[in-house]
Design a protein around this ligand. Sequence first.
Ligand SMILES: [Ca+2]
Ligand SMILES: [Ca+2]
Ligand SMILES: [Ca+2]
Length: 653
Amino acid sequence: MVERINRRERNKRQAMALVLALAAATTASAAPPVAIAIRFHDDNPLAQGAALSASAQAELERAAGFPLVSQGRDGDGAFRFAFALPVDAASARAALNRVRATGAVLYADALPAADTRAKAAATGDGVPVTALIVVTRPQAKRGDVLATPARARLEAKIGTTIARQRLLAGGAQHLELDRPLSPADARSAVEKLASDPDVLHVEVDRRAHATATPSDPMFGQQWNLIDGLGGINAPAAWDIATGNSAQPVAIIDTGMLPHPDLAGRVVAGYDFISDVRFSNDGDGRDADPADPGDWVTSEESTTPGGALQACPVSNSTWHGTMVGGTLGAVANNGSGMSGVNWTSPLVNVRVMGKCGGALSDVADGIRWAAGIAVPGVPANRYPARVLNLSMAGPGACSPILQAAITEALTQGAVIVAAAGNGNDDVDNHWPANCNGVIAVAATSKNGSRAFYSSYGARIALSAPGGGIGGSIPTLRNTGTTSPDPNGYGYGQQLGSSLAAPHVAGVLSLALAFEADLGAAELRAVIESTARPFPTVSSEQCTTSMCGAGIVDAASALAALSARSPTDARPMPAPAPSPAPQPAPAPPATPAPEPVPLPISPEPVATTPPAFPVPVAGGWHAKRPEEIERLRKHAGAIGEATDAPAGRTPMSAR
Ligand SMILES: [Ca+2]
Ligand SMILES: [Ca+2]
Ligand SMILES: [Ca+2]
């Protein structure tokens, strides 16, 4: 493809190569990406087939500003390209944002030099294996489950019986094992199953863990929302948007509790934990996603052969309540704290219980949160366009999970994932290492990389997670095992779990202001308006470590509002609908209650947006049907016709 370019283009590219070489020479120890994955919308006729047409690729190269070498398509449907010239991390980031801003792609991701995706996701993380996920040939099934001969053959290979089998959304089979397998036995079982002619794919159902770390209680102010150095600079953004009661945000977590500072904000969700050994509520999936606690005792952790063997011993974390509060605690109610978003409903999607959450449940939870049907689960009356995943588990992104994420992106969802607290390359941790996900690293109050935060080329941007100089004020419950009904209050926490909902919150404010933005465009907006990392004496963030910068709510919203006025389409107030009313409308302008800190003196940006405005014509303009789909999604609540539950499991308590 490269030889097709004309001489003028070639000259331009040679000049660009020189600039890049200079840039590379001054960038210390950055691991530059070697390739990119670009996933177009499925209904784009120019993006069919095994490779892009020459003209489509030329247009892609023009948008990116770089010559690319086609490497075909991967299993997720993404087109892969190598950079024809060496590219430094910052230039690659800018190129990808230009491609995202066109509105034509579901995602455009840089691929690290060592792609863990290629490695088989055969083994778990050292804990017993309680379930396997297989994709079989159609003839191995009878209806939704394995036919008897195939099942018996697989059981012989696994070495134990399959206690339950069920169909996951997306068509894979979930095989819950009668007894947990040791990691070594699981590895052997996976190898044997992989050689079975009926098995197209097999992997261990791994677990991800909540990614917040307790810190000492301290009286805190919400620097994370206010501060113009290490915070997200929210007050000026709240002059433009505070949320939208017609645009739900999904908290895919341990379940939220009825905390007074979430009153009226939480709408009906679902409990996706299918295995009773982890659910801690006495049954499998059910309609009550309230958090019953996720404590693990030392006895559970040390019982040989038990499902919880080797799981970290801990009290209940109330992680979902904490994450939900960071994103959406009620503002201006005279008590407690404020969330990033003051209005949008929070959908309570429970996927993590004792010892974290299984990727099979996370995948189904993602689909359901985005409004996609999941077998055996009632339809989601509050399909969300912003999904928050404050969790991380070791290993590559499972193709099962990637398929769920890609499908959710196709529905218009934007998916935010915590980098994890392992102080490791994020490429080794799912779900943040899946394509199309906005991976968020954590920063301290002084803008340095938080000591625990994972990092690397896959990080989109950073947000406050706490560390040096202060932790993040959060909602909490004082129960150490079960929730204490009189124990609701406030605490302090650290973690990339708290960084993620800051970004999800800013995305929800951006959507509240302009509902037509697709997932990739939203990412381009928040990356290109992120605040550069301040210079610090230790744990300096760089764009190759911590992404584009620290998410800046004021800059993101100012950039959107500075675009052509006809581009701005604030959603109208929701039509009277059967939806439970999520929140009393907050006053339009004042800063939230508990925040005595002065607002940053920096003026609201009035400069033109840093990201390109979509161009009309060609593949890279957003198509009318795409806009229509996004609008429909935004209006889904008002259009719901089924009777309301009237109350949520939260308000029923
Ligand atoms: Ca249950
Ligand atoms: Ca439940
Ligand atoms: Ca409050």
